[in-house]
Design a protein around this ligand. Structure first.
Ligand code: 5AD
Ligand code: SF4
Length: 467
């Protein structure tokens, strides 16, 4: 699920950090990157840097980037120019600019060449190099393109932890449980940028979540490229554990009320795992299971390792064993060789599943991935038209789903003030549906009983039934 996520540290904390060089971190891409940015923030603050919330206040700007589609990379490159321009317009001196994340891993030293060259490049497994690099650069003349070469390369043992004391524990707190991906979906750059799958130790995960709960957190989202493939082989501290086992252990943490997870691979959604999800009250009945396509020929060329029929069987089983379960998904349109009939099969799957939400993308050829050997032969116009049609179908499905919810009573967790209307409070249902209510404060983490009274776009309006 790719979104723009800018996660800012809590700059109002009562204990301001030391007066070191100021760092602004901006995050692109998925929630894994948001979590990594939080971990980077923790590493830097621990090393005496100060975190700030904009580029004009910074001595160094770090862009934590995504490579999943070409467009995401272009955005970052133009942002490098924009940061420099904004500094110039504000008559501020040059600033150190660093690129972290998937683009750093994919492009390495190339990012230190040309007109948009940046000062430092640090890949996904090397964030511990950042304090040293930044200390050297923020002391030296900024913006000179100086500093060491790109620090990239995979280290299976490098697992970072985002310190919850640095980021407000107010809604679904992110906890990365593993990194990388061992699947080889042919369109996907992630196995190259994030490397092989490697698990964070269960005792580390459980301690991290206990800490979040101790700081007032009530809900966590377990994160990974493929969380459902979690497989701890066993160690002196912990026996072997799969994802279902991990969910059971996490659900055992007192004070934790809700568990979500992202992203599940349909192939790993075994019946046993779904049975466990259905049995554990704390695990939310919302599954983000990207289908990518509804056509078996396309799924085969994508190497997704399931058929549309198997996917629908998974959905059927989930509906049987997980009360009130809802689904969301990712789809790619215009994958090489996708015919109009293939696309109709995708629409058919969408209609059958009745998703709450779909993230849909035009196929974007990534250099070096297996699908790059296939001709990118669906014309741009057809990709655009298919994307529009898919979104239209989904909008109709959601309109019917949302309308059918009006009048229902749900228990939702507070997430703090809503952006609008003024004075309203934002909540989220177990199904990951957003609700806005007026009236007395619903503090973050507090549960409220709400009657849904209407909806607009992806947000419900509601009225509180308990004061
Ligand atoms: N082109 C378009 N979309 C892609 N995704 C991954 N790789 C590509 C690509 N090359 C989409 C998938 C994935 C989501 C995170 O991004 O749908 O689930
Ligand atoms: Fe990419 Fe497939 Fe791995 Fe997801 S499961 S990260 S789409 S290779």
């Amino acid at each position: 699920m790719a979104t723009f996520q800018n996660s800012l540290p809590d700059l109002t904390r009562p204990f301001p950090p030391v007066d070191g060089p100021a760092i602004y971190i901006e995050t692109y891409g998925c929630q894994m990157n948001t979590y990594d940015s939080q971990a980077i923030g923790g590493l830097l603050e621990g090393a005496g840097f100060r975190l700030v919330d904009n580029e004009l206040a910074a001595d160094a700007v770090l862009l934590n980037t995504c490579s999943v589609r070409e467009h995401a990379e272009h955005k970052v490159i133009s942002r490098v120019g924009e940061v420099r321009n904004r500094r110039r317009q504000a008559e501020l001196g040059p600033v150190v600019i660093g690129i972290c994340g998937c683009m750093a891993e994919r492009l390495g030293d190339d990012l230190r060449k040309g007109p948009k060259a940046v000062d430092l490049v640090v890949g996904v497994d090397n964030y511990d190099a950042l304090p040293g690099l930044l200390r050297g650069l923020t002391g030296a003349a900024a913006g000179t393109g100086g500093g060491r070469g790109a620090v990239t390369g995979h280290r299976l043992d490098a697992h970072y932890v985002a310190p919850p004391e640095l980021y407000p524990v107010n809604n679904s707190h992110l906890v990365t449980i593993h990194k990388g991906c061992d699947y080889k979906c042919t369109y996907c750059i992630v196995p190259m940028t994030r490397g092989p799958q490697s698990e964070k130790a269960p005792d580390v995960i459980l301690a991290e979540i206990a800490d979040i709960v101790a700081r007032g957190g009530r809900e966590v989202t377990l994160l990974g490229q493929n969380v459902t493939a979690y497989r701890w082989q066993g160690s002196a501290d912990f026996g072997p554990l799969d994802f279902a086992g991990l969910l059971e252990r996490v659900a055992g943490i007192d004070g934790l009320e809700r568990i979500r997870f992202l992203t599940g691979h349909p192939r790993d959604m075994h019946t046993h795992l779904m049975d466990v999800i259905g049995r554990l009250d704390k695990v939310c009945p919302w599954l983000h299971v990207p289908a990518q396509s509804g056509a078996d020929t396309v799924l085969r060329r994508m190497k997704r390792l399931y058929t549309a029929g198997e996917y629908l069987d998974m959905v059927d089983h989930a509906r049987r064993v997980i009360p009130d379960v809802t689904f969301s998904s990712d789809f790619i349109v215009g994958f090489p060789g996708e015919t109009d009939d293939d696309f109709r099969a995708t629409l058919d799957l969408i209609r059958r599943v009745q998703y709450d939400q779909i993230f849909s993308f035009k196929y974007s050829e990534r250099p070096g991935v297996p699908a790059a050997r296939l001709a990118d032969d669906v014309p741009a116009e057809a990709k655009k038209a298919r994307l529009a049609e898919l979104m239209d179908v989904q909008q109709g499905i959601w309109a019917r789903t949302a309308q059918a919810q009006v009048g229902q009573v749900v228990r939702a967790l507070g997430e703090g003030p809503a952006r609008r209307p003024p004075g309203a409070w934002r909540l989220r249902t177990p199904n990951n549906r957003k609700v806005v209510v007026l009236g007395p404060e619903v503090p973050a983490g507090a549960e409220a009983t709400v009657r849904l009274t209407g909806w607009e776009a992806t947000t419900f309006f509601g009225e509180r039934l308990n004061a």
